[in-house]
Design a protein around this ligand. Structure first.
Ligand code: XCC
Length: 657
């Protein structure tokens, strides 16, 4: 996995950069074409060792102060800040930035929902009224005998508090298992509105404010929870209400989804409203005709990164690849336009797009990129933007000059497992519940559940850590739930088919074969990690696996993480009670008090804890050992008699519940 030191003359073998065959082929071509990508820049840019260890404080002009990670307590900053304060502050600012991203995104989706609910926006509508009622009920809103509009407006008002509430608990705290909530209350970390929490964390990480790593960690948790159970959860639920709740759908993933004979348009980013409107534009008969007049067979719309993962889950829209493939795909020469909104958009895309004469458009007022033309997306007139992008893409198709080279690789799989669908899938329409999942964990067929999520990162071999980790987990009967770029990595590796059950251990394989599901369930984008939180709460509420999320035999991982959002996600999983292991690198020095708190202390306080290793096999071992520890604590370590539960017995069980 280790790649060559920067400064080395010998070119690095592309197979060491990625296991994604399509990306590798495009990187070879980029080399031949003299085009640079993030993979090259990562090789030429040695990661700053002081920054990587978080031993630098640049929060004021008395510094920047640099401490020595080999002798962390040998020095303090000019103001006297210790290494623990400096690391906790830096960590806190990462959490604040990650939480800000998801909350700003969620707030934008909620604003759209308000406009739809009050009739000011007719370009979108409430597609899933059942989900609207379910979500409304879950936060205590009366739904019986009321109109969709009344419920929706009440829900808007209630969920706005997720962001703006000055005092008191956010609405979705009602979904948290009681004992988990008790732990949060005891430590004073139940989130208020996200704006308040992020603001307070930015204040406390300023020079001369909070200078105790333990107290800072509390605000890190509170802010992160305002993301997971706040902004992200609202984003997921509102997008389901507006655009539809995912149910399993067969879809294609990988660069082979591009079509040489069609106008290819890629949407890359995070907010599904742009993508939903683009879906309308590419089906507009006059635009389809214009494409045909230009000599194309049609218009081919595909996604990348997280909004791509949402569209894949909701509508089966093909997905072309994850974060580290966004530059490589432009090298095919087949992309007529790429439109981006916010988050994870590399500035390097501008140059690559230029080299292949591809249109790269920014669309969101929060994200312009120097050198990329901007066509603003306004949700009150969405087609003005999306139609224009289609027209531009058709022009580019007509004038294609560069030779086209599309790697002919596609992986078909099943995506779109919402927590509602897991409920239905395992329990059936009449007895939809998490009982069968809990039963199978209790009887040991399923050893535990792992969430494997997050980015890809050019500092490690793309997709390799994700794929090896997940294979190890399912081989050991651990059911894997996924989101984001990790989901796409595994889809490309062919694990999203029911046939992949043959890679699972005997227990998990039996469950997969009975239900007809893959051993790896894709739940959507990174904000959809909130679906994993809801699934975990359901498992607790179902009974038999302890009283809090911290009791469950579950673990999480982001093996190739790179973004501040990932750190925030990690912290909200830890604060919710989940052991969470990161790969690549961890921005904390070992053998310091702050490290000990994150990696051990939090667990003793009733939360989860952090873990770290760049090695996927070691990571799997750590996660499985944790799952086994939790099984033991629940008394599930001794092999249980397998009781065949028939329908009559099930009816009795649910009557007793
Ligand atoms: Fe970005 Fe969301 Fe990470 Fe992928 S997984 S690199 S954050 S696109 Ni969300």
């Amino acid at each position: 996995m280790e790649k060559e030191e920067s400064g080395s003359k010998k070119p690095v073998n592309i197979k060491d950069l990625t296991i994604c065959e399509a990306t590798a082929r495009m990187l070879e071509k980029a080399r031949r074409d003299g085009v640079e990508t993030a993979f090259d820049r990562a090789l030429n840019m040695k990661a700053c060792p002081i920054g990587a260890d978080s031993a630098c404080c640049k929060h004021c002009a008395m510094g920047p102060c640099r401490l020595n990670s080999r002798d962390p307590y040998g020095k303090v900053g000019v103001c006297g800040a210790t290494i623990d304060t400096i690391m906790a502050r830096n960590f806190g600012r990462m959490v604040a930035a990650g939480a800000a991203c998801h909350n700003d995104h969620g707030m934008a989706m909620l604003a759209l929902f308000r406009e739809v609910a009050n009739g000011n926006n007719e370009d979108y509508k409430i597609k899933d009224p059942h989900k609207l009622e379910d979500v409304a009920r879950s936060v205590g809103i009366e739904v019986e005998g009321r109109s969709i509009k009344e419920i929706a407006l009440d829900l808007y008002k209630e969920l706005e508090r997720t962001y703006t509430q000055v005092e008191g608990e956010i609405p979705f705290a009602k979904r948290v298992p009681e004992k988990t909530l008790e732990t949060w209350r005891k430590h004073g970390i139940v989130p208020r509105g996200a704006m308040r929490e992020i603001m307070e964390l930015m204040n406390r990480t300023h020079m001369g404010v909070d200078q105790h790593y333990e107290n800072l960690t509390k605000q890190c948790s509170r802010t992160a929870l305002a993301d997971g159970w706040g902004g992200s959860m609202v984003a997921t639920e509102i997008c389901d209400i507006l655009f539809g709740t995912p149910t399993p759908v067969s879809a294609e993933v990988n660069m082979g989804v591009l079509k040489e004979s069609e106008v290819n348009i890629i949407i890359h980013g995070h907010e599904p409203n742009l993508f939903e409107s683009m879906l309308v534009s590419v089906n507009e008969p006059s635009l389809v005709q214009a494409a045909k007049d230009a000599g194309a067979k049609g218009i081919n719309l595909v996604g990348m990164c997280c909004s791509g993962a949402e569209m894949l889950s909701r509508h089966g829209i093909p997905h072309a690849g994850n974060f580290m493939s966004t530059e490589a795909i432009l090298v095919t020469g087949a992309v007529d336009a790429m439109a981006v909104d916010i988050q994870c958009i590399k500035q390097g895309l501008v140059k690559v797009a230029e080299c292949y004469n591809t249109y790269l458009f920014t669309t969101n007022p929060r994200c312009h990129i120097e050198g990329a033309p901007h066509i603003e997306f306004n949700e009150h007139d969405p087609r003005a933007c999306t139609d224009e992008i289609v027209i531009k893409a058709i022009t580019r198709f007509k004038n294609r000059k560069a030779p086209i080279d599309i790697p002919n690789i596609k992986n078909i799989g099943i995506h779109g497992f919402s927590h509602e669908y897991i409920n239905y899938m395992l329990g059936g329409t009449f007895r939809g519940s998490y009982t069968p999942l809990n039963d199978n964990i209790i009887n040991g067929r399923i050893r535990g559940v792992a969430g494997v999520v997050g980015c890809t990162n050019p500092r490690v071999r793309q997709d390799w850590v994700h794929v090896e980790l997940v294979k190890e987990l399912i081989k050991n009967d651990v059911l894997v739930l996924q989101t984001g770029c990790s989901q796409i990595a595994l889809a490309k590796a062919g694990l999203y088919t029911p046939e992949a059950a043959c890679l699972a251990g005997p227990g998990l394989r039996e469950v997969c074969e009975t239900v007809g599901m893959p051993p790896v369930l894709g739940m959507g984008s990174c904000v959809d990690n909130s679906r994993i939180l809801v699934a975990a709460s359901q498992m607790v509420k179902e009974g038999g696996l302890g009283n809090s999320i911290a009791d469950l035999p579950v673990a999480g991982a982001a093996p190739e993480w790179m973004s501040e959002k990932a750190i925030c996600i990690g912290q909200y999983f830890v604060a919710s009670g989940v052991y969470t292991v990161f790969g690549v690198t961890f921005p904390i020095i070992e053998n310091t008090k702050f490290h000990k708190l994150l990696f051990e202390g939090l667990e003793q306080q009733g939360f989860g804890k952090w873990g770290f290793t760049p090695d996927p096999y070691e990571m799997a071992k750590m996660m499985i050992a944790h799952i086994d520890k939790k099984r033991k604590a629940l008394g599930l370590d001794k092999g249980k008699e397998r009781v065949l539960v028939d329908m009559a017995a099930r009816r009795e069980m649910s009557a007793a519940a």
